[in-house]
Every structure is written in C-alpha cells, then in structure tokens.
Design a protein around this ligand. Structure first.
Ligand SMILES: Nc1ncnc2c1ncn2[C@@H]1O[C@H](COP(=O)(O)OP(=O)(O)OP(=O)(O)O)[C@@H](O)[C@H]1O
Length: 369
C-alpha cells in the first residue's frame, strides 16, 4: 500500500519565510496526482518534504500509513525523477540503472535481470552501453525514469521532469509516462505518482486528480473534468483551461449580468439562486462557450489567430479584452466585419464573488465536496 497523506503540512524556511501553510491531502494507492501552480506556489517544497529532501517544520507526511517525518529518503519507498535527469555522467546507461541496486547490495544476476526488464519497458535496450552525453534529451529522460523504476518504489515523485524537452518530445513523453503508470498498475505493481508541473496542459492530460496550489495553499483538488467544469474560485478558473477563461467585471441585475452598458442573460443555475448572490461580481465564460451570434454582447474584433480548424478571436468588450474560439468557417463568414456579437452559453456561465473570489454559481453540494 502506497497511499500518501499530508496532514496539516507546513514549511517555514529560515524561521521566517512561510512557504507551505498547513495543507491536508490524501493521495490514494495507485493514484496519479499532479501538483500544479505558478512559480513559487510551493509545489517543489511540498514534494521534497514527501521525498525527505526538505525538513518538515510542521504537520506530518504518511506513506502507506506510516509517519515518515523522521525517515531518511532511502527508507521511504520512493523514487524521484528530476528535471535535469541527474544521471552520473561517467557511467554508461547500464551503470546508471544498476547503481541504486548495487548500493543496496543486490546480487549481479538479479541486477542484470532488473536492467533487462526496465530497458524493455522503456525501450532503451539499444542505449545500455552509451554514456549520458551520447543521449538525446528524451532518451536521457527515459533512462532517468528507468533509474526510478528499477527500484520498484511504492511512490514515484516527479519534479518538472519534462521541462527541458522541446514541445514535441514533451507531448510524446507525457503519453509514455501515463501509459507506463497504467501498465505498472495493471501488472499489480503499486505505483502512486506525485507529479509536479507548472504547465496546466501537462496537469490536465496526465493527472487522475490535480491539486491546484497558490502561495503555499491548496486552491482545489479534483479530477481534470471537475476542475474544468466547476472551478471553485477565480484562481482555478483562470489557471486551468486554454485559452484562459474570460473573467469580466460587472454586476448582477435581475436575471442578467451587466458589463458596462450591455447585458447578457444568466442561466437557470444562477438565476435560481439570485437572492444569495452579490450584486458586484465577475462573470466567467470559457472562450469555447462564447458563440458568434446576430445579437448579444457587441464587441470590436482586434485580432484573429488562425489555429487550423479553429480561430481564436480577440475582441474588446466595453474596454475589457475577451477571447472566443470559433470554427474557421464561422470566422470566414464574418468577412471583414470589425463589429461582432458574442453570446455566452448561459449554462456555462460562472459567477464569482468579486471580493472572496469563490465561485458562487456552483451548487453548495459541490463546494462542500
Ligand atoms: N531554501 C529556501 N530558502 C528560503 N525560501 C525558499 C527556499 N526554497 C524555496 N523558498 C521559497 O518558498 C516558496 C516556494 O518555493 P518552491 O520552489 O517550492 O515553489 P515552486 O512552486 O516549486 O516554484 P517553481 O515552479 O518556480 O519551482 C517560494 O516563495 C520560494 O522563494
């Protein structure tokens, strides 16, 4: 069992800089959990406390139900994969893979069998006799993965493992890592993963669940779908999804949302609860949920980004930037028009509290979850 539990976990650097503010999180055995958030939100600090590379200043970390605060990293049943691969430059791939097992005193035939197995899984057999400097970035990252895998740890910890790779390689390594996780699980090997990234695409495509962090606090923990469809607050709404959700300042009047001098109807999920909602609010609508229409919010088209079968329309709505994703054919049909009308799909409108940032259009049952 390699469940990981964080209990009121805190980190204070140098007695004064509070980096982690008492977080609680349960990661199930075999779960792929992603920590995501902007630079400095304390993703790495949290991961390093799980790894035992950073002293815990408050609360506790449990792995497989056992408190590990005072256990050395080598005793925690974890393996870590870093951004810079951390391969030994003077050792061939074979030696890099064998290293941890040699230190642990394993016998030669056992080590050789383990290398063969890992090399097969990661398709690095032809690379075994090369030195790290003779590898491409993607190959080096696979060897680094192999070095973690060979230890058969209960928990894999990844700290931005793909950030040194180019976009194409990153995309293929994403798939490779998630496939590997699935395969290990299918083979009955415990393989809980905690994966740190600042890239929301990586988080959305890889995680069973995602823990969104900001300034040392957890903003929301949920599946990718739940985060996308029901962001708990303005921070998550703005961070998850591409292009970013439009967040428009305005006020609620009757069943409408008023932006500058224009109004747009709010859907029933919001209007059913009008009496609970603040008058001053922020309307959230994803660019994918804004359609071109004959009437609706009048905006001035400022730019169009052609993305293949979609076009990202950038417009000015009452002095506020707004983005809509429309089909290429719809864009063509606009001709040279500068003035466009955008219609938010009412069922996809979110309303956020302007002061606290909470999503007040979520049903209370979701907020409690
Ligand atoms: N050794 C240290 N001493 C003092 N403060 C530190 C130390 N390491 C990190 N911090 C601070 O703790 C906070 C969290 O840093 P951390 O590196 O965990 O963030 P992160 O989310 O992983 O960021 P990044 O994506 O840039 O790596 C930051 O404010 C950082 O400046």
């Amino acid at each position: 069992m390699a469940r990981v539990q964080l209990r009121n976990l805190e980190k204070v650097y140098g007695g004064t800089v509070k980096a982690v503010h008492g977080i609680d999180l349960d990661i199930a055995d075999g779960e792929f959990m992603v920590f995501v958030g902007p630079s400095g939100c304390a993703k790495s600090t949290t991961l390093r406390m799980v790894a035992g590379l950073e002293e815990i200043t408050g609360g506790e970390v449990l792995i497989g139900g056992q408190r590990v605060n005072d256990l050395a990293p080598g005793k925690r049943s974890i393996a870590m994969v870093f951004q810079n691969y951390a391969l030994y430059p003077h050792m061939k791939v074979r030696g890099n893979l064998a290293f941890g097992l040699k230190i642990a005193g394993r016998k030669k035939p056992e080590i050789e069998a383990a290398i063969a197995e890992v090399a097969r899984i990661l398709e690095i057999e032809p690379l075994l006799d090369r030195l790290p400097k003779q590898l491409s970035g993607g190959q080096a990252q696979r060897v680094a993965l192999g070095r973690a895998l060979i230890k058969k740890p209960g928990v894999f910890l990844f700290d931005e493992p793909l950030s040194n790779l180019d976009a194409k390689l990153r995309a293929s390594m994403r798939v490779r890592i998630t496939e590997l996780h699935r395969r290990l699980k299918a083979e009955g090997l415990s393989s809980t993963v905690i994966y740190v990234t600042h890239d929301q695409t990586e988080a959305m495509t890889m995680g069973d669940r995602i823990c969104v962090m900001q300034a040392g606090r957890i903003m929301q923990v949920a599946t990718p779908k739940e985060l996308y469809e029901h962001p708990a607050n303005l921070f998550v709404a703005g961070f998850i999804g591409s292009p970013e959700m439009n967040l428009l300042d305005g006020r609620i009047e009757g069943g409408d949302f008023v932006i500058g001098g224009q109004r747009t109807p709010l859907g029933p999920k919001v209007t059913d609860r009008l009496s609970d909602l603040p008058a001053e609010a922020v309307l959230g609508i994803r660019p994918q949920h804004l359609g071109l229409a004959q009437s609706g919010l009048a905006a001035r088209l400022t730019n169009a980004e052609f993305m293949g079968h979609e076009v990202y329309l950038h417009a000015d709505l009452e002095g506020r930037p707004i983005v809509a994703v429309v089909g290429a054919a719809q864009y063509e049909a606009l001709g040279r028009a500068e003035r466009i009308h955008l219609r938010p799909e009412p069922e996809h409108i979110h309303v956020f509290d302007k002061s606290g940032g909470g999503n007040v259009s979520l049903r209370p049952s979701r907020l409690a979850a």
